[in-house]
Ligand binder design. Structure first.
Ligand SMILES: [Zn+2]
Length: 555
């Protein structure tokens, strides 16, 4: 069996769905070189590939022949940075189309604690409305919402300038669709076991419903094992985990209806891309007088990274599939003759599982010590000092003290807890709210940032905790190698911060800029290309000049 995924069948189904609704005329694409006087492109395509680290891009760059090869021939920033410390999905996506660090987007983590919320569950998911009755932050039980995003997205600015501008956001994950799509998107949806879904109470458009049915049908088919591409054989080594399990030699076979395994395969990315292409076609995006925005969130690389790590057969299959699916997607766009610009980046990088790192020349790679439990330390301290319990709320390294404490009690608790945590051999630093409050957001290039600079860029006084724990490099914060979740990201270290930033447009001369730039630079860069004014005082990023030579695309 060849590397042939859902998207071909799905694309065919969706093409049929779109037939008769007025396909774009095939007109000659702009052949001439793009210069400072070339009119704005008609369509911006923003693609986020979750967990597509700069390391993965470097490893596979020479093998790409499809969509990623095209982008690698464009304008390449191999040292892009999700500059902040909390390198999780939601903060990362919030930077891409807002031009702002999580400190300003307000999206400081995937989940954070807000002890002032009325409901019993004080944990708040980044993309939920916790005021909806009967909800909790648990998966499937929250009400998806954009409420927590504090700044406008590129799509919001485009809509404010021209209400006819179309903005469509399709992703594997809700938080990706929402954080990149913003408040004003015409359509916004993500993958679900039932196909596609959106905010509670909203109905999918007829085209999205057809896509959803095709995706649901695909999920409900079993999938046979995929054939390993020839150049993946060196990755095909079994890595032993706890309880006799292994990773590293997977072929992505799955049972009918296994949504998690569907998500951890190029099928999921193919489904999102086919949906995006179909919606563009039906809505005639890129065919009007202005510029439209199509946002695509591809989550499969992240699912593969978490479930099987970054260096096995599974990721090799995923990279080949992603490259191919993107190639098919661009071919469909090319066929329309629309002048489009593509930007591609990632929400964060990633790090391989310690068990494989230890086999591959990194013997010190570790899993976090099970005994390192801030909750348990909080309990000990509360008992010692006679303070109310629970003393601490938090996870992912970000901790809040109970609101029941007086200022003096809080100070005493901190004085007791900090030395205990800082003494742990896996902890690099524990940084307090006071330290972060006193520290300005760095204006320097992100490859020179200190640990405090990184944590400050994802610190927001209304949402962040009283102290933040940073683990040492190559300490994976998953204590056991359980099946399904073996590796992760989220650290302050560069393997989680560095991501490629790629731009491509027909006729735009390619160049490589190896110096460090940031994902917060993407929004002002694209805004300038399409002539949307941005107040430089309201963003953290800067416009990157995409025209090689003396001309500039920044205005
Ligand atoms: Zn992830």
């Amino acid at each position: 069996m060849k590397l042939k995924y859902l998207s071909t069948a799905l694309a065919t189904a969706l093409c049929v769905a779109a037939a008769g609704t007025g396909l774009a005329q095939n007109s000659a694409p702009p052949a001439q070189k793009v210069t400072a006087t070339t009119p704005a492109p008609k369509l911006v395509v923003m693609i986020a590939v979750d967990q597509f680290s700069a390391d993965l891009f470097a490893e596979y760059r020479g093998r790409f022949t499809g969509g990623l090869a095209r982008l690698a021939s464009g304008i390449v920033f191999p040292s892009g940075y999700q500059a902040h410390g909390a390198t999780e999905t939601c903060p990362g996506h919030s930077t891409i189309l807002t031009g702002n660090h999580p400190a300003h987007t307000g999206i400081v983590a995937n989940n954070y604690f807000d002890l002032s919320v009325a409901r019993e569950d004080k944990r708040v998911y980044c993309a939920e409305d916790e005021t909806v009755a009967g909800t909790t932050s648990k998966s499937g039980q929250y009400a998806p919402s954009v409420n927590h995003l504090l700044v406008p997205t590129l799509g919001d600015l485009m809509k404010a300038r021209d209400p006819k501008a179309q903005v469509v956001s399709v992703s594997g994950k809700d938080r990706s669709a929402i954080m990149m799509g913003g408040r004003q998107a015409d359509e916004l949806m993500w993958l679900a076991p039932t196909g596609l879904t959106s905010y509670r109470g909203t109905t999918l458009s007829p085209a999205a419903q057809q896509a959803s049915s095709a995706i649901a049908a695909a999920i409900n088919q079993p999938r046979a094992a995929l054939t390993l591409p020839a150049d993946c054989t060196t990755h095909d080594i079994a890595i032993p985990l706890d309880k006799g399990a292994t990773v590293g030699t997977g072929r992505m076979a799955r049972d009918a209806g296994d949504f998690r395994r569907f998500m951890a395969s190029p099928e999921a990315d193919g489904a999102v891309l086919a949906t995006a292409a179909a919606l563009r076609q039906v809505r005639k995006m890129g065919e009007g007088s202005g510029t439209d925005l199509l946002i695509v969130g591809l989550a499969a690389t992240d699912y593969v990274g978490h479930s099987t790590g970054t260096e096995g057969s599974e990721m090799c299959i995923q990279m080949a599939g992603l490259d191919r699916e993107l190639g098919d997607f661009f071919a469909r766009l090319d066929a329309t003759g629309i002048d489009y610009v593509v930007a591609l980046t990632a929400d964060h990088g990633g790090h391989d599982l310690p068990e494989r790192n230890r086999q591959n020349a990194w013997p010190d790679a570790q899993r976090v010590d099970k005994a390192l439990n801030p909750g348990a330390i909080g309990k000990e301290v509360a008992e010692k000092l006679g303070l109310p319990q629970p003393l601490l709320y938090g996870d992912d390294g970000d901790y809040h003290f109970s609101k029941a404490l007086t200022a003096a009690q809080r100070k005493a608790a901190l004085a007791e807890i900090l030395p205990r945590l800082r003494a742990h051999p896996q902890i690099e630093a524990v940084v307090t709210r006071d330290q972060l409050e006193a520290h300005p957001i760095s204006k320097r290039a992100p490859d020179t940032w200190s640990l405090l600079d990184k944590l400050r860029a994802s610190y927001n006084p209304q949402r962040s905790g009283d102290f933040i724990i940073a683990l040492k490099p190559r300490v994976t914060p998953i204590p056991e190698s359980g099946i399904g979740y073996v590796a992760t990201h989220g650290s302050v270290w560069d393997y989680d911060r560095r991501v490629p930033i790629l731009f491509w447009r027909k006729g735009l001369a390619g160049f490589e800029q190896p110096n460090a730039v940031m994902t917060v630079d993407i929004m002002p860069t694209l805004a300038s290309v399409i002539g949307v004014p941005v107040d430089a005082n309201k963003i953290d990023g800067r416009c990157l000049d995409l025209l090689s030579g003396p001309e500039s695309s920044c205005r």
